[in-house]
Design a protein around this ligand. Sequence first.
Ligand SMILES: C[S@@+](CC[C@H](N)C(=O)[O-])C[C@H]1O[C@@H](n2cnc3c(N)ncnc32)[C@H](O)[C@@H]1O
Length: 95
Amino acid sequence: VENEHRYEVKSEFKTSIVFRRLNLAEPPYPMHGPLDVIFCRNVMIYFDDQVRRRLLANMFDILKPGGYLMVGHAESLTGMVSKFKTVVPSIYVKA
Ligand SMILES: C[S@@+](CC[C@H](N)C(=O)[O-])C[C@H]1O[C@@H](n2cnc3c(N)ncnc32)[C@H](O)[C@@H]1O
């Protein structure tokens, strides 16, 4: 299609990538750590506070110490990310 942008991951990284569909509102999550970084942008906007808190706790647990969580700029996680240290708005670190 004209003007369609396509990207391809370099072959040396392809073996490290796993695509899997998961429902982040329903634990257990089949995610394995420890992870350096989690990008979870504009997904928690659909969840209620209870589901958000549970997911954030799980993401905290599977991050490495010093690992980063990146969320969407418009996401309000005030009062729910107390275990994380805020780096800048929407970027948190597991201190
Ligand atoms: C606004 S889009 C954000 C997409 C992308 N993360 C970004 O920043 O451009 C919201 C995404 O949340 C996903 N989503 C909604 N509910 C979900 C759930 N229960 N579990 C996993 N993903 C979910 C949708 O499939 C959709 O891809």
